[in-house]
Design a protein around this ligand. Structure first.
Ligand SMILES: C[S@@+](CC[C@H](N)C(=O)[O-])C[C@H]1O[C@@H](n2cnc3c(N)ncnc32)[C@H](O)[C@@H]1O
Length: 404
């Protein structure tokens, strides 16, 4: 069994049933507490600003029951991804906005040797979190009831700061967050952190100050448009963090017929030679490597290839068939946020394939796979160009992960 399924079982997190069964059983188990809470949740969905956390955490059972219904697939996707990431055991972990401690306990089960602190502004939630960690007999967790804006732990540095579905609340004024509140008329080139938004930069700077040198700040939230994503990266980088293209991800949750995607943004402390994340990178990131490629052959491939504004060559190869039957060229070009592989021969074969720019490492591996298969029948010259190497390095890739 996977870590996630085992851990969910220990925590009593069940796969959600249909809405009707959830409602019927909730009513049976929790009576008016359940009705009160659902009213608040429904009015929040309708746009009102009521805080649901006190009522939700009236008891640990109610909190887990309702939380599981709304968050099961989110927690499942996040922790499945985290498990696959194979992050070195962090010495110290901070879970921001931990609520009733589900995410904190999952982190503690994943890394039993780590020292973990969970923080939340809601008193009843912290009480539930303490009950949950006691029930699981987890000795490596401590919970603090505190508003993040007042939080300080002098001298403490964390190797992992985790914030799941906190930021849209924490980086908000009167519940309106720049992550969600978008103005479609603004061009990304004109996105600026406004004077009134500097308060959020200060908040993010406190995170930066709490991170150890190579520590990770992993933040998952609902950020529906590229505007919010770009704003967030810009604000975090102004606060001294650096967005990691290589480590970031996007989770997809499916509840019934509804599917939603949430970016998992990973930041580290900015190093001296780090540059700001570019708009093209953020646009290309929106796809999280999942856009279907444009896959063209023959003259239309050449027509597209010639009409793109090719800015940089990132990979080049020439493949000379030993039997003298011709030469094949495979190259990777960058065109803004799009990466293009053009593969053609002197005999008229033409093939064009597009990728999002951030898939450069995968696109290079694909090129190497094609080339490796031709090794015994051709003389091959290939290179990742300086521009390609610099791009990969700036994204935090080690060159071992991209074979040359
Ligand atoms: C949506 S819940 C997220 C719970 C949990 N992280 C998860 O993924 O299931 C957001 C939590 O953030 C907490 N929160 C919001 N603003 C906060 C602040 N300024 N300081 C501390 N906690 C805050 C709320 O009390 C709430 O428990």
């Amino acid at each position: 069994m996977s870590f996630v399924r085992d851990a969910f079982k220990m925590l009593g997190i069940d796969k959600p049933k249909s809405h009707a069964i959830f409602y019927k059983n909730g009513l049976k188990r929790f009576g008016s507490d359940f009705i009160d809470l659902m009213e608040i949740i429904n009015s929040r969905n309708g746009g009102s600003f009521v805080d649901p956390y006190e009522k939700k955490n009236k008891s640990l059972e109610l909190s887990i029951y309702v939380g599981s219904f709304f968050n099961y697939t989110k927690w499942e996707s996040i922790f499945t991804w985290l498990e696959k990431e194979n992050i070195d055991q962090p010495r110290k972990i901070l879970d921001l906005g931990c609520e009733c401690g589900i995410t904190t306990c999952l982190l503690a089960l994943m890394w039993p040797e780590s020292e973990i602190i969970g923080i939340d502004a809601c008193g009843p939630a912290i009480k539930c979190a303490n009950n949950l960690s006691e029930y699981l007999n987890l000795k490596n967790i401590r919970f603090i009831n505190c508003n993040l804006d007042k939080f300080s732990l002098s001298g403490s540095k964390f190797d992992l700061i985790f914030a799941s579905f906190l930021t849209h609340e924490w980086l908000a004024t009167n519940r309106v967050s720049p992550l969600i509140n978008v103005d479609m008329d603004i061009k990304l080139e004109n996105v600026k952190i406004k004077q009134t938004e500097l308060i959020y930069v200060e908040k993010l700077a406190t995170i930066c100050n709490l991170l150890s040198t190579d520590g990770l700040f992993i933040t998952i939230d609902r950020i529906p448009l590229i505007y919010g994503q770009y704003w967030y990266i810009k604000a975090a980088e102004l606060a001294g963090l650096k967005f990691s293209i290589a480590k970031s991800y996007k989770i997809e949750t499916k509840d019934g017929s509804e599917s939603e995607k949430f970016p998992v943004n990973v930041f580290q402390r900015r190093k001296d030679d780090d540059r700001e994340t570019h708009i093209d990178e953020v646009i290309s990131l929106a796809s999280f490597k999942n856009i279907p490629p444009l896959d063209l052959e023959d003259d239309i491939a050449e027509a597209f290839f010639r009409s793109f504004n090719k800015q940089e060559i990132l990979f080049n190869s020439s493949i000379k068939y030993i039997d003298g039957s011709g030469v094949r060229y495979i190259s990777l070009f960058r065109c803004g946020p799009i990466l293009m592989r053009y593969d053609w021969t002197s005999l008229g074969y033409k093939h064009l394939l597009t990728f999002p720019l951030i898939s450069l490492a995968e696109a290079l591996n694909d090129c190497h796979t094609i080339i490796d298969q031709l090794d015994s029948i051709a003389e091959i010259n290939s290179e990742i160009t300086v521009a390609g190497l610099e791009l990969l390095k700036s994204w935090g890739y080690s060159m071992n992960s991209v074979n040359d």
